[in-house]
Every structure is written in structure tokens, then in C-alpha cells.
Write a protein that binds this ligand. Sequence first.
Ligand code: AVJ
Length: 316
Amino acid sequence: MDMIAPLQEVILERFYQDVVAGLSAADKSLPCKYFYDQRGSQLFDQICELDAYYVTRTEMNIMQRFAHEIAAELSHVETLVELGSGSSVKTRLLLDQLGRLAVYAPVDISTEHLYETAVALKRDYPRLSVTPLSADFTQPICLPESFPQEFVAAYFPGSTIGNFEPHQAIQLLRAIAATCRLGGELLIGVDLEKPEAVLQSAYDDPQQVTAEFNLNLLHRINRELDADFQISQFRHVAQFNSAASRIELYLESLTEQQVTIGQQEFHFAPGERILTEYSHKYSIAQFTELAAAAGFAVEEYWTDDREYFAVMLLRV
Ligand code: AVJ
């Protein structure tokens, strides 16, 4: 019997519930984790190549420049769990240098991307046990007993932590701390505060790739949940909220309209917005405090010359 079909159904049902709940609220929203279907993952890879999107390039430069120091701090690690691994480009820098590493477990919600990457890594690191876990890492992760449990580190690159509101970020970090256990480490990418104009063009790029990425969520809902969004009747908005120090992405309805999703109808007023993503920007001091609230101490951090981004090593 096909074991995948029932699982797919449960996942789809969850997606439907999340969408209906988000669009039924007085302030409409959709969870940003649903950006990453196959097309969405492709578009995100394109965003990472944009001149305006400093995030990926800056983090990669930090990792390249300090790979030696970072690896020295993590030299005892036997099990490395990567959260939201995407295409794991930065990870190779770590895998190349961690001499005692036995297990590499990338965890991602985008299954296809995950397995493609795992196959490539297995080929390039034949002595490493590459064990992809297809999971939503916002839920607690239970590591298989076969993994070496003593020296576990987590890697959470890309500043994905910025998607979460501070209280949720603390919860997530607590869950990661539980996965790593006492003495375990977390290497995390954190996007820092910077001039608003830089943020504005990074999240509303001239090529409109980010707009397409944001709007793709509606395409996905149409395709997977039998909905009838007219994509041309919505526009991408990126707005900096300085009080909360975050970029906010919205999809804004251009007209008054009705949308049907499955059996449910939703009304949109002209100019009404769906919140689709937060991307928080921290200072080192603020993030240190956030980490402390989750039981992590900052061991060390590395940054670029402009201090746009930080790679931080936390210990439980
Ligand atoms: C993957 C969460 C780090 O917030 O910069 C990029 C996602 N959204 N452009 C970010 C994103 C729009 C990205 N993260």
C-alpha cells in the first residue's frame, strides 16, 4: 500500500486549517513557512542571488572567513542537526572541517529540496551518515537513538530565527536547547539592524523576485487547496516597522473581492492586507538577551565589516 498518500493528506489538511484560520482573523495573515513549495524554494534561491539581498552573501562571507575558528570551537561535535537547511551550501564549510562528525541531520519542511541536497551530500561526504529529517522544526524534534547523543550541535543559518516574534523565538530556542542538551551548542545566523533603505530594497527588489516569491503563496493555495485567488488583484508590500525592528511582508488586495477556498468564502476590502512574513533585525545585545531567556549563553560571535549580519555561537 502507498504509505505516503495518507501522510500527504494530513499535511494538506494542516495547510488548509492554517490558511482558513489565518484568513478568518480580523487582521488576516498566512504562515511564512508555506512559502517554500518547489517554486517558492526556487524563487528563494533566486532572491539569495540578488544584489539587493545582502543576507545570504554576507553570511556566506562570514562563514568562509571564519570557518577555521568556528570549526575549532565545534571540533568535538559528533552529531550536527541543521534546521531549515535549504540547499546546505554554508554547511559544507562546516562538514569540511569537523573531524569528529559522524552524523549530519538536515531538517526541512521542503521535502524535495531536502532529499536532493542529502543525495548530493552523501556523494561528497561518503564517511558521514547523512540522515535527512522531513519535519517542521517549529515542533519538537526527537533525534533517532542511533545518533551519537553526547556531542550534539545545532546549526540554524540564514537568520530564519528572524521570522519569529521574540516570544516565539525564545520558545523555539528552548526547544533547540532541549535537542542539544546540556553543554550542547547552537551556531545561529542573525540578521542585524541596518539602514532602512538597505532593508527596503532587500525585501522589495527592483527585479520583483521577492514580489513573485510572496505572490507565489497565493498560487500554491489555489493549486493545493482548490482556491480561486486572482493573483493579479493582489500586490506585494514590504514595510519596515521601526518600533518592532522588523520588515513586514504583506499581500495587499487591489480591489474589493471575494475568494473561495474549498467550501469557505473570504471577503477582501480594497487595500486590505494579508500579513505573510516578519523578518526581525536584532542588535548583538538584544539577541544575547533573547538567547539568555532560552537558556543559552553567547560563547562567541563573528560578523562582517559593515556589521550587517552575525554568526553567533551559543552554549546551553
Ligand atoms: C529565509 C527568513 C531569512 O527573512 O530574509 C527573503 C526570507 N523573505 N525575502 C528573510 C525572505 C523575503 C528570509 N529568511
